[in-house]
Design a protein around this ligand. Structure first.
Ligand SMILES: Cc1cc2nc3c(=O)[nH]c(=O)nc-3n(C[C@H](O)[C@H](O)[C@H](O)COP(=O)(O)O)c2cc1C
Length: 185
């Protein structure tokens, strides 16, 4: 995988603040999985928290319910086809780690894997909110470790070095945007 350096927890919200599509990785009982999620957001600064929608129909939901853990991985434009693939097939039918471009490496604080080649990673523990989980498929998590590829994120800022290493934003039907030009005001 590309390099990664720890992001201070108080800065972890910056990895999601611009609204990228993420990959949710999970593991439990010797099984591991990954799915795409457009519906995630940062929720607090310190300790950092996130929110993500994980539908009841997914294997991810089963593994997150069972383990109380997940990782939000921020994929690059280069990984968009892979993100679509893991977002349109279920780990119940296919081992997604056999899909081209899907690799995992051990996280540090949770059992779910870090997806190789991503731009950033947030290791999360579920903050149980049974009502929200049951009624809205909405999961809150505390970020317990955060990482970024220093080629794209350092000193609290994203800086995309080339066309492929941009984060991505989902419309629908396989149509994405790449994160655009940064500007200061
Ligand atoms: C780009 C993209 C974004 C998605 N966003 C979400 C989401 O935010 N929440 C969700 O529950 N499913 C979302 N999905 C659908 C899941 O990724 C999909 O149901 C997946 O096949 C579940 O895999 P699993 O059963 O292996 O967990 C998205 C799919 C794509 C392609």
């Amino acid at each position: 995988m590309s390099g990664r350096v720890a992001v201070p927890l108080a800065k972890a919200y910056l990895l999601l603040n611009h609204g990228p599509t993420v990959l949710v990785s999970s593991a439990h009982g010797g099984r591991q999985n990954v799915m795409a999620a457009a519906w995630s957001m940062p929720l607090d600064f310190n300790p950092p928290k996130v929110a993500v929608v994980i539908d009841k129909s997914t294997l991810t939901r089963e593994l997150v319910d069972a383990s109380g853990e997940f990782v939000l991985n921020v994929p690059s434009r280069q990984q968009a086809a892979m993100a679509l693939a893991v977002g349109t097939q279920s780990g119940r039918e296919v081992d997604k780690f056999s899909i081209v471009g899907v690799g995992g490496t051990a996280a540090t604080a949770v059992g779910a894997p870090l997806i190789a080649g991503c731009l950033a990673w947030l290791e999360c523990r579920v903050i149980p909110e049974p009502h929200n989980q049951q009624n809205y498929d909405l999961f809150l998590g505390e970020v317990v470790a955060a990482w970024a590829d220093p080629a794209v994120f350092s000193n609290g800022r994203w800086h995309f070095p080339d066309q492929q290493r941009h984060s991505i934003h989902y419309q629908a039907g396989g149509s994405f945007f790449a994160t655009g030009e940064a500007f200061e005001v």
